[in-house]
Design a protein. Structure first.
Length: 453
């Protein structure tokens, strides 16, 4: 069979580009359809702003559910790449089989648990009496696609880790394009409102899921999905390796939930829902920053993992240099765009001049320190790709801790709008500490002791 990329022998610079670009584009298109959802919803006649706030309440919960795909997918894929780099193909096959079973079980359990708890979650996470009907309508329909969502996202990692970055991109873009096409059909033509937006998303996730599984069950990959060889200890190793990206995504969702709750608390009846709407627009722009950025740093983990398994120290260091340059370059471009194109972006969501000005101000604040954030993503995802949870997890936890401390202290001292400064504060201190830890640990890490993999 023909491989798109040979992770062990292809020149590093071109290899990074060939894997990072499709992964970045896939995530960019993915965030595009999330934003298109919100744009369509915000333009529902008469209730657009309230509907957008309701869907904004659902956003972090939906992301928390999807985080389980990262727990297993990003947990298993680096381990599989490390084993492939070491030439241990049967162990790699067992990792894939165990990861597939874990995703299926996890998806079913999450779906079963979420239905009876959805009202309590939505009200606790920032919903108000006015926005709850929109949040509940969207979330109830969305839950039916949980299995499709987790399998498409989680198993896509095992396509990328075998060197098929373009196939991974196609799977994401298939769902994204389908969602963009179906949104206006269900929202406006069939007059389904927010339920229509959720239904379009579910059908799009189903299409991506079918594509991913069809590819991984075929003979086109070196290691297809198989059954058997299940091992509780191996499953535990997969979960431990994936705990860092899981917590990053999960805690990011908790950060949004906490922000919505703080905005409601300090904004009161007069400003609460309005500030949540502004935060939803600002968070939509931050998705344009973080998801493609994660595509670069996460997609290229397979290069680091494979060469870590093969004990190729120089190839790892070269790859990290190019990955870092791509991450920082991307965030620098988005820093400029936030200031030049921010008003145009905001206008996609609202026609109210006052609300637009408020949302643009929030975007400017949230993006103040996104350039060093690029380094944070490369360093933490790089450690995760090499199976170094003991380094990745504390670094991620430190940045989140800084965020929460700022989130709860700033509005108490400076008012509700100070909430948005929690993001740049954490985006400066987190990368600073990560860079120090990297300089102190990388030489020892790449000395390759006997049991390093």
């Amino acid at each position: 069979m023909k491989l798109e990329n040979n992770l062990g022998t292809d020149p590093i610079r071109s290899l990074v580009w060939r894997i990072a670009i499709p992964s970045m584009l896939a995530q960019f298109v993915s965030v595009l359809y999330s934003i298109v959802d919100r744009i369509y919803i915000s333009n529902i006649p008469e209730v657009g702003d309230l509907a957008l706030a309701g869907v904004g309440v659902c956003g972090p919960i939906v992301t928390m559910i999807a985080a389980f795909a990262s727990l297993i997918g990003i947990g298993g894929a680096p381990l599989m790449s490390i084993r492939m780099g070491a030439g241990k193909m049967e162990e790699a096959r067992r990792i894939l089989a165990n990861s597939f079973l874990l995703l299926c079980v996890c998806a079913g359990a999450l779906m079963a648990a979420s239905f009876p708890l959805r009202r309590a979650m939505l009200l606790a996470f920032g919903g108000s009496a006015v926005t709850y009907p929109y949040a509940e309508g969207y979330f109830t329909v969305y839950l039916w696609g949980t299995v499709f969502n987790l399998l498409s996202l989680g198993m896509n990692q095992f396509i990328i880790c075998q060197g098929f970055a373009k196939k991974g991109m196609v799977s994401v873009m298939l769902g994204a394009v389908l969602n963009i096409v179906l949104d206006p059909v269900f929202i406006f033509w069939l007059d389904m409102g927010v339920r229509g937006a959720a239904l379009a998303t579910v059908l799009s996730q189903l299409a991506s899921c079918v594509y991913v599984l069809a590819f991984l069950f075929s003979r086109k990959v070196p290691i297809p999905i198989s059954f058997g060889g299940y091992d509780k200890r191996l499953m535990a190793r997969i979960l431990v390796t994936g705990i860092t990206p899981f917590l990053i995504i999960g805690v990011d969702s908790v950060m949004i939930i906490a922000m919505n709750a703080v905005l409601q608390q300090y904004g009161g009846a007069e400003l609460g829902d309005r500030m949540v709407t502004c935060a939803t627009i600002a968070q939509s722009f931050m998705l344009v920053v973080t998801m493609p950025l994660g595509g670069i740093s996460g997609g290229t983990q397979t290069i680091l993992a494979f060469n870590f398994g093969a004990h190729e120290r120089e190839r790892i260091l070269q790859a990290q240099k190019y990955i870092l340059l791509m991450c920082v370059g991307y965030t620098a471009i988005l820093f400029v765009l936030a200031r030049l194109a921010g008003p145009l972006f905001v206008r996609l969501f609202t026609r109210s001049p006052d609300l637009a000005a408020e949302a643009f101000a929030a975007i400017r604040v949230c993006t103040l320190a996104i350039i060093p954030l690029g380094a944070q993503y490369e360093l933490v995802d790089g450690f995760t790709g090499m199976g170094q949870v003991r380094l990745a997890l504390p670094l991620s936890a430190f940045r989140k801790t800084v965020y929460f401390l700022a989130l709860f202290s700033l509005p108490a001292a400076f008012g509700v709008r100070a909430v948005f400064y929690a993001e740049p504060i954490s985006d400066v201190l987190g990368p600073l500490v990560s860079a120090i830890v990297y300089r102190l640990s990388i030489k020892k890490l790449l000395a390759f002791p006997e049991e390093s993999a």
